[in-house]
Design a protein around this ligand. Structure first.
Ligand code: SF4
Ligand code: SF4
Length: 313
């Protein structure tokens, strides 16, 4: 345990520097249980769930998501990190894939880096316990990232950073050490509503609120329905897995620096995805999807999505 404020400041600073050293673009720290903003975000989640805006994503309902301490006993702080996935090689072929999914599986990329940071912490603070959370853990991720000062939750429901826009994925290291927290970030959306205006299916039903069963990303990645509803199908605009429209139009995403690391380099097949892919058998799809975040989109779902796009050509 670290006793003096000076030592806490020192280790908190070093921890964030370590995160950048490991390849993260941004890093910040929040104290647990967090400010009243976390309560506000928890209430917002409850309202979203009670409206059934999560559609078939029932895992969102878990009570654990509302209590970060349920993930690690005696948790005192959380290190939030962002990994920029914007590559200079991102392309929009005939069938478009969300930029987050074009390179290496970000869960693995982030997990490996956070594990190295955890080991480093134990050299500095031997009795500090830690737990890694990347996407699949029940955690109010964007709320904790906002609390850690990484950015703000935009009206399109993405976390936005002034330098990196929203082209990054999040990771968290929950710690039993009490560290010095950063200031929560203020919203900088202002009067802008570009994301709401440009969403082709009107899925942003009010600022910050996405109705999943109207969202292209939900229908192409999460939905296990055999067909895509007509209203969505007619508005796919070539998106076969994910949808970046409400991020592409965001002014904060216009001048984001590329991350040139190998982990963000898009897979060749994703860069060139065309009608030929309809002839791929399951084995070919599975081979292509190995090592990517998109392996949760099963071969039959890719075929469903491609056919839906072609129905409206
Ligand atoms: S991901 Fe696409 S469909 Fe979903 S809210 Fe954004 S623009 Fe709309
Ligand atoms: S497009 Fe405008 S309103 Fe939407 S998230 Fe970006 S800044 Fe906020």
């Amino acid at each position: 345990m670290i006793d003096t404020i000076q030592d806490k400041k020192e280790i908190s600073k070093k921890l964030k520097e370590r995160a950048i050293f490991e390849g993260f673009t941004i890093a910040g720290i929040a104290s647990i249980p967090g400010s009243s903003r976390i309560k506000l975000r928890t209430k917002a989640l409850e309202r979203w769930l009670s409206c059934n805006h999560h559609a078939e994503m029932k895992w969102m309902e878990t009570e654990k998501r509302k209590n970060i301490s349920s993930l690690l006993e005696d948790a005192k702080s959380v290190l939030s990190v962002g990994f920029n996935y914007l590559s200079s090689q991102n392309k929009k072929p005939l069938f478009k894939v969300g930029k987050f999914g074009q390179g290496e599986d970000y869960h693995k990329v982030i997990y490996k880096k956070l594990k190295k940071i955890g080991k480093w912490i134990n050299l500095e603070i031997p009795n500090c316990k830690w737990k890694i959370c990347v996407d699949t853990s029940p955690l109010l991720e964007k709320a904790w990232a906002e609390e850690s000062g990484l950015g703000w939750i935009g009206k399109n429901s993405n976390l936005i950073n002034t330098k990196n826009g929203s082209w990054f994925t999040l990771g968290f290291l929950i710690l039993t050490e009490d560290l010095i927290a950063d200031k929560p970030h203020q919203s900088l959306c202002g009067k802008c509503e570009k994301c709401i205006e440009h969403c082709p299916t009107k899925a942003i039903v009010e600022p910050f609120v996405i109705q999943s069963d109207l969202c292209i990303a939900y229908h192409t990645i999460e939905s296990k329905e055999q067909t895509i509803p007509k209203k969505i199908e007619e508005n796919l605009n070539g998106w076969v897995a994910g949808c970046d429209i409400c991020q592409d139009v965001c002014p904060w995403n216009k001048e984001v620096p590329y991350n040139h690391s190998f982990e963000t380099t898009p897979k060749e097949w994703i860069k060139n995805l065309d009608i030929e892919s309809l002839n791929w058998d399951d084995k070919t799809w599975e081979e292509n999807l190995t090592g990517t975040t998109l392996k949760r989109v099963k071969p039959w779902m890719w075929r469903r999505n491609i056919k839906a796009i072609l129905n409206n050509k």
